[in-house]
Design a binder for this molecule. Structure first.
Ligand code: MTE
Ligand code: MO
Length: 318
């Protein structure tokens, strides 16, 4: 079985074996060596082949080279900042906490950017429609982890004025001038057990693989993928939201009157949730069909489903 993800923005393609997705014909994949950072999405037919997206078909978005964490025993996450009892947590400390399985959709905020660019050019990776996936994530709840440093459940501000939880990763990227990838979410969401924010060490019942954040990543259900930081290294409790580029000068929505010459990033909050959307996946944009009954399969997403993505079937008669 060959590579299962399609490297975005690569032009030269070769036919892809149909048996790789259980008989569903897949779109072609590139044969070139992969560039860094690695960004890839599955063919759209793979998305509707199963409710849970197999890890091998799950899109990949990276801003820097993928780091290798070799010594799991020495790997640790520091929890510090505006907290009473800062702590260094090793994997054994995380594994000791109650384990939860959460089915959650991750989607890159740039998904469908190629289609958006047909209306007005947008900067960024030229995704088709498949920078989205539905996985069963296994790990500890962030609300339990934060209790270890003295932050009770359902806290929106710590005694020291902490209101946001910043996640800082191991990987380094050029957009942060060689610094780590980072993002934050409000403390009220992080300490709410019902929000199901996870420090995940498993994906679809297997240890997280390297591409998806081994050994530990954040999963923030119902929020754009950019906030689900992979290869977590530090958790920082801070007063203001994270000042990193991906929170302040990227992943924001502006009206059509704004362009690169007049943009004022400070006028918009970092994007967290998504608009409702739906995509037909069993046909390509340019497919033509014969008159008669046509079965279509789509994926639909609505943040009100909270954690779950709905894979639907739609039947149309022409
Ligand atoms: N450390 C780190 N975490 C990261 C990123 C990254 O480049 N580095 N990319 C983010 C973005 S933009 C998305 S959409 C998701 C993608 O997760 P995946 O590659 O597991 O699908 O990871 C997020 N977490
Ligand atoms: Mo993303």
């Amino acid at each position: 079985m060959g590579a299962k993800l399609e490297h975005v923005n690569v032009q030269s393609h070769q036919a892809y074996p149909a048996e790789a997705s259980g008989g569903i014909p897949l779109s072609p994949v590139p044969q070139q060596p992969l560039a860094e950072p690695f960004n890839a999405e599955p063919p759209r037919a793979a998305l509707v082949a199963s409710y849970v997206t197999p890890s091998d078909f799950f899109y990949n978005r990276n801003h820097g080279p993928i780091p290798i964490v070799e010594d799991i025993n020495r790997y640790s996450v520091t929890v510090s900042g505006l907290v009473e009892r800062p702590k260094q947590l090793f994997m054994k400390d995380i594994w000791m906490l109650p384990k939860y399985s959460v089915t959650a959709t991750l989607q890159c905020a740039g998904n469908r950017r190629t289609a958006m660019s047909k209306i007005k050019t947008v900067k960024g990776v030229g995704w088709d429609v498949s920078a989205i996936g539905n996985a069963i994530w296994g790990g500890a709840k962030l609300s339990d982890v934060l209790e270890l440093v003295g932050i009770p459940k359902l806290t929106s501000v710590t005694r020291f004025g902490g209101r946001h939880v910043e996640f800082i990763s191991v990987d380094k990227c050029k957009e942060e001038n060689g610094g780590p990838y980072k993002a934050s979410i409000p403390l009220s969401q992080a300490t709410n057990p019902e929000a199901d924010v996870l420090l995940a060490y498993e994906m679809n019942g297997e240890p997280l693989n390297r591409d998806h954040g081994y050994p530990l990543r954040v999963v923030v259900p119902s929020v754009i993928g950019a906030r689900s930081v992979k290869w977590l290294e530090d958790i920082n409790i801070i007063a203001e939201e994270c000042q990193g580029l991906f929170m302040q000068k990227d992943y924001k929505m502006f009206p059509p009157s704004v362009n690169w010459d007049n943009i004022d990033w400070s006028t918009r909050r970092p994007q967290m949730d998504f608009p409702v959307q739906c995509v037909i996946c069993s046909l390509e944009d340019v497919s033509t069909v014969k008159p008669g009954k046509v079965s279509l399969f789509n994926h639909a997403y609505n943040e009100l489903f909270m954690h779950e993505c709905l894979w639907g079937a739609l039947f149309l008669c022409f």
